[in-house]
Structure formats: structure tokens, C-alpha cells
Design a protein around this ligand. Structure first.
Ligand code: FAD
Length: 471
């Protein structure tokens, strides 16, 4: 009989729950086929997010090949693909995969589960991507949590699954030849040829492991002190490896457990909990990509000013910390967390532009795009989601810059036009006297924009804006 391992956002061989289970359950004579299903409805054109994922997938295929695990491809609509496959391999009777607990993947899995059952294919599905799955952490009443802090308090007390170094399987899995697979592979090769990223992109499970090691050895214990300062690059940058499943989350947990305790370690643990929290929130609010979690804010009259939106996207708002953040995203496909909060607050509170537009732009650009964390982060910033603080949490972009990039080092890295602006004016270049502008060879309003809104007015406008819906 034949068994299939269906890889998705779990691009690794190490501590991969479904893959390990399949190997454990199989006899030497069983025929095991590892595959990836390419579904064009999921493709985003010109997107760093998708291009990065496909580079990761190509790296995974190389890694698999080198380790005796050839990856086969299917291309097309998912149910059609598996129907064809079942016709080709009538003796296919089991499938293993790491299930998607929310969003598009969850709907697909539900649909496919019915297909497998109807076709008498045994399903072995697992929660692999998060420390705790979406149903693991509940209030004593059995209800799910709505805010982070009580969720976290419960989360830390729950037993965690151990990291299991991959079983060394001494089998080389066979590469199957069939027109379905060659067609799938042809599409994948075409795709890889077409895509491009304008920056270096590190991927693959070997790189991920080294990255984790380096972070734990050199930055973990300073994490709490350094994580809010974009210039110092003190965060782990594990996000893309985690979203592609190139790194086992249990391996991260295991590495943290081997370390002495510190404020840095504790803070880092709470960030991993945010990841689980937003995953659970998305499961509980399946419409959250398009709909506000807080019901009372579903009728807000958001702004759709295209010109303002473009200025925000391009990092041309006249607020240096906002612009530096957006330029970091546009140039590198990643943005520091503090800056994500600042730019999201700016778009939704200062410009009052619909958070959905920001969420979509991040979806296009982020190499670590994760729907649950991104939508969670955007709804948090827009005050329509899980933030326990009400809508009058408004970040002041100037004071945020002063606090978290005091000397403007990060700003100057991404906005070279401002490189000679003295510290005194780096967060508000439009206040620079004309004489000074001339002497350093910059004209604000021409070489770098004036501020596109008056932040001082925002607070009263926001009160008006949200008032419409308060019951
Ligand atoms: P570290 O600070 O080293 O944190 C370690 C890990 O913890 C991260 O890799 C991530 O997996 C998790 N984590 C940290 N903070 C958060 C958080 N607030 N929410 C959920 N998980 C967190 N994160 C994504 O992975 N994908 C996204 O698409 C995404 N979009 C965001 C959008 C907005 C508006 C905001 C405010 C935050 C968003 N985040 C997102 C969360 C956070 O910004 C990133 O996880 C973090 O910047 C990634 O860098 P790092 O790996 O160096 O993080």
C-alpha cells in the first residue's frame, strides 16, 4: 500500500510531527510518497511573501534530496489533484500532514478531510506549528480567552511537548515517476525561474538552526533591554523560519529551557505566547481578515485616500520613524516589531485609513507574513481587535522616534537624505530653520517631505471617529 506525506508550511525534516509519525508507523516495505501541492489560487503576484516562501520550498527540496527524501509536486486545484492521484495509485490508503488550524488552510483541510474519508484514505493530522494549539488553553469555564494577559498566565502553566530530534531513518525514499508529478515539477521550476527578491534571503532548516543557536548564545539574555530599539537588531529574526516551518517551535522551546532564567528569556517566552494567542484568536474569529473582532467597530467610516496611502507605503509621510520603518519593509521584506506598531498606528489613527489596506500591504511585503499574527497586530493597532486598552491608545510618531531611536541612527540608515540632519531635528526635520537646511544641503518639502498630517489634532479627531459607534 501507499502512504502520502503532504508537506505545507512545515518545510523541514527535523522534529516534523507528521513526517516522524509516518516513519514510525511504516514498515520497510511500505511505499512512502512525500509531496507538496501547489495551488495557484494561493499565489500572490510580485510578493516578497510568496517569493520567499517558494525559495524556502526550493531549498527544502534540495535538503530532502540530499537526505533521501524526494519531494513530488502536484499543481492545480487541490481536490482535483488528489482525485487524479487516487486514480493513479489505487492502493493509496493513508495520508499524513500537519494540519492548519485557521484561515484558508483550515477550510482546505476540512474539505479535504471529507474527501479522504470518502475515499477510504486514513487521515493522520497533527498540530505541529505552535507550542499550544488553538483549543489547548481555555478558561476554567471552558470558554476561550479574549485578552492576552490571562491567556499567558494559563499558557505558562501548561505542560509543553518535548522536542524530538529526528529519527534517523536509514531508508532512501523512492522517487516516483508519473506525468502528474512531472507536470507539478514543471510548474514549480517555472515559478522559481520567474520569481526574484531584491535582497538577500536566508532560508532552510540548516540556516534556521544556526540562527537560533546564535540568538540564544549572543542575544537572548539582553532581549528585554534591546528588543525595542530597531537600530540594535537585538530580536531573533526567527519569524520567517517559524512561518515556513523551517524551525521546529519545540526546538526553540527546548533551547530556551536549557538556558538559565533571565528577564530576556522571560520576555522572549511571552512573545512566543503572543504567536499562539493570535493563532487561537484567528481560530475563534474566522472572519477577522475582513471583519473587526470588536462588533461595535464594524461600522467605522475609514478613510480611503489613495494619495495618503501611497505616501505611507513609500515612506514619505514626513515622520522619519514611520518612513524609516516603511523603507525597511520595502527594502528588506522585514520590519522591526516596534516599527510595525508605529506604522500601523500611524496609518489607522493619524490617517484613519482602513487597517485592512495596511494588513494587505504587509501581506504582500513581509517575508514572515503570518495571517494570524498580522491580522492580530493590525487589529490591535486599529483598536478593533484584542487590545485591552481602548481606542485612545495613539502612538505619537515623534516621541516614539525620540524614545526608540534617540540619536536617529536607524532613521539615517534608511533615509539617507536625512544623514546630515543634526540630532536636535532628526525626528522633526520640518522644524529645521531654512538657513540650517541650506547649510547641510537639504530642502524639506522637496528632498524630504513635510509632515502630511498634524499629529496634535489627531487625538480629538479619533475621539470623534470612534464615537460614532459607541453604544
Ligand atoms: P522576536 O522579537 O525575536 O520574537 C520571537 C518570535 O515571537 C517571532 O519570530 C514571532 O514568531 C513571535 N512574536 C513576536 N512578537 C509577536 C507578536 N506581537 N505577535 C505574534 N508573534 C510574535 N509576526 C509575524 O510572524 N508575521 C506577521 O505577519 C506579523 N505581522 C505583524 C503586524 C503588525 C501590525 C504587528 C504590530 C506585528 C506583527 N507581527 C508579525 C509580530 C512581530 O512584529 C514579529 O513577529 C516580529 O517582529 C518578528 O521578528 P523577530 O523574529 O525578530 O521577533
Amino acid at each position: 500500500s501507499k502512504t502520502i506525506m503532504w508537506f505545507r508550511k512545515d518545510l523541514r525534516l527535523d522534529d516534523n510531527t507528521a513526517f516522524d509519525k509516518m516513519l514510525e508507523d511504516s514498515q520497510d516495505t511500505d511505499e512512502l510518497i512525500c509531496l507538496f501541492q501547489l495551488n495557484p489560487v494561493q499565489f500572490l503576484e510580485d510578493s516578497y511573501n510568496h517569493n520567499a516562501f517558494f525559495y524556502s520550498l526550493a531549498t527544502f527540496c534540495e535538503h530532502g534530496k540530499a537526505n533521501g527524501v524526494p519531494i513530488h509536486f502536484l499543481y492545480g486545484e487541490v481536490e482535483e489533484n488528489f482525485t487524479e492521484l487516487k486514480k493513479v495509485y489505487e492502493d493509496w490508503d493513508a495520508i499524513y500532514f500537519n494540519a492548519d488550524e485557521r484561515g484558508f488552510g483550515r477550510e482546505r483541510d476540512q474539505k479535504m478531510m471529507a474527501f479522504f474519508v470518502n475515499n477510504k484514505i486514513q487521515v493522520h493530522a497533527y498540530q505541529d506549528s505552535h507550542i499550544h494549539g488553538v483549543q489547548d488553553i481555555k478558561k476554567p469555564t471552558g470558554e476561550s480567552y479574549k485578552v492576552f494577559t490571562p491567556y499567558f498566565k494559563k499558557w505558562v502553566t501548561m505542560p509543553k511537548r518535548a522536542y524530538k530530534k529526528s529519527i534517523k531513518h536509514n531508508r532512501t525514499l523512492r522517487k516516483y515517476e508519473h506525468p502528474l508529478f512531472s507536470e507539478g515539477e514543471r510548474h514549480f521550476k517555472q515559478l522559481i525561474k520567474k520569481i526574484d527578491l531584491p535582497f538577500d534571503y536566508e532560508c532552510g532548516e540548516v540556516v534556521a538552526e544556526n540562527h537560533l543557536k546564535d540568538f540564544i548564545e549572543n542575544h537572548l539574555h539582553d532581549y528585554q533591554k534591546g528588543r525595542d530599539y530597531p537600530f540594535f537588531d537585538q530580536t531573533s529574526k526567527l519569524s520567517s523560519f517559524l512561518r515556513n516551518g523551517e524551525l521546529s517551535i519545540r526546538k526553540v522551546w527546548h533551547a530556551l529551557n536549557a538556558e538559565p532564567d533571565s528577564n530576556g528569556r522571560q520576555t522572549f517566552i511571552s512573545e512566543l505566547c503572543w504567536r499562539d494567542f493570535y493563532n487561537m484568536i484567528y481560530f475563534e474569529n474566522p472572519k477577522q481578515k475582513t471583519q473587526e473582532i470588536k462588533e461595535q467597530y464594524r461600522q467605522l467610516h475609514w478613510n480611503y485616500n489613495q494619495n495618503m496611502f501611497e505616501l505611507w507605503k513609500n515612506g514619505e509621510t514626513g515622520f522619519p520613524i514611520v518612513d524609516a520603518g516603511m523603507r525597511q519593509l520595502n527594502q528588506t521584506g522585514w520590519m522591526h516589531n516596534r516599527l510595525r506598531m508605529i506604522v500601523a498606528s500611524f496609518l489607522t489613527k493619524d490617517l484613519m485609513i482602513d487597517w485592512r489596506l495596511g494588513e494587505e500591504y504587509f501581506q504582500q511585503k513581509l517575508i514572515d507574513y503570518d495571517s494570524a499574527s498580522n491580522i492580530g497586530g493590525w487589529q490591535w493597532a486599529a483598536s478593533t481587535g484584542t487590545d485591552a486598552v481602548p481606542y485612545f491608545r495613539i502612538f505619537n510618531p515623534t516621541t516614539q522616534g525620540e524614545r526608540f531611536d534617540h540619536n536617529g541612527d536607524f532613521i539615517r540608515r534608511f533615509i539617507p537624505e536625512l544623514k546630515d540632519v543634526p540630532n536636535e531635528y532628526i525626528h522633526e526635520p520640518s522644524k529645521m530653520p531654512a538657513k540650517l537646511q541650506k547649510s547641510i544641503g537639504i530642502e524639506i518639502g522637496k528632498d524630504y517631505p513635510n509632515q502630511i498630517v498634524d499629529h496634535k489634532k489627531v487625538r480629538s479627531e479619533i475621539l470623534e471617529f470612534f464615537k460614532v459607534t459607541i453604544t
